[in-house]
Design a protein around this ligand. Structure first.
Ligand SMILES: [Zn+2]
Length: 244
């Protein structure tokens, strides 16, 4: 799951939540963050994130909770490392039972976050950082899972549909820069759009620029701003069609 920080919403944080330390100065407006846990507290959904200064090698670094209202959801896919668990919302007078999501160690131990926060258990920090890496790789580099219906649609996609998609890998600098993730149908990798650094000029296309893949150097990158879903089956089909 990935979310985008919308800084204008900081001033709209309800008064009853302000008593909890919500440290927004360590987030960058419009940056995307991977959500490591989704919890309901004070009757509100909260995301557990690592801010811009988080360092996995520092015992003083810890993930922080932020009210979900401060973010737009970019990718709502729940992590495959999450489990669903029930917890009592202690911050509400009626103490309702709520459904939360996180990795199993976090779900099973109500003191896990407290131990991370106080850096009193080195093992908690090791466990968290292991999941952090797995979930970041999943959020940025894994293909989403296609449903059977989507797989059938991809299988039935005619050549013209592939050609239409192919037009997005040329003169695509603006599209890549407007994207969060890119996929390359030559090396078939998915990666953050910010990894794309190299472009070639297309004199025959008004000198517009074409992105080169940061992994293989080929000009076969699609940005998600093009609205093309990065299903493995689709990227493989493009690869087979254009590279045999
Ligand atoms: Zn590539």
């Amino acid at each position: 799951m990935r979310v985008r920080f919308i800084s204008e919403r900081v001033k709209a944080i309800p008064e009853e939540l302000l008593q909890y330390s919500i440290e927004t100065s360590v987030l960058t407006p419009n940056n995307e963050y991977v959500v490591f846990a989704l919890c309901t507290m004070c009757g509100e959904p909260w995301y557990l994130l690592c801010d811009d200064y988080y360092r996995a090698d520092s015992i003083d670094s810890f993930p922080r909770y932020y009210p979900a209202m401060l973010f737009d959801v970019v990718d709502a896919t729940h992590s495959k490392y999450w489990v669903e668990y029930q917890r009592i919302d202690e911050y509400v007078d009626t103490k309702p039972e709520v459904t939360n999501y996180s990795f199993p160690e976090f779900a099973q131990d109500p003191y896990f976050y407290g131990e991370l926060l106080e850096a009193c258990d080195e093992n908690c920090s090791k466990v968290f950082n292991r999941y952090k890496l797995l979930m970041e790789t999943e959020a940025w580099n894994d293909y989403p899972t296609a449903t059977l219906g989507q797989k059938l649609k991809i299988a039935a996609l005619p050549d013209e549909g592939l050609h239409e998609i192919h037009t997005h890998c040329t003169a695509n600098r603006e599209e890549v820069e407007a994207s969060s993730r890119c996929a390359c149908f030559y090396c078939q990798e998915v990666f953050r759009a910010t990894e794309v650094k190299d472009y070639i000029v297309e004199p025959s296309m008004d000198y517009r620029e074409t992105a080169l893949c940061p992994r293989c150097g080929v000009d076969t990158i699609l940005g998600d701003a093009a609205g093309i879903p990065f299903y493995k089956e689709l990227i493989e089909k493009l690869h087979r069609h254009y590279f045999g």
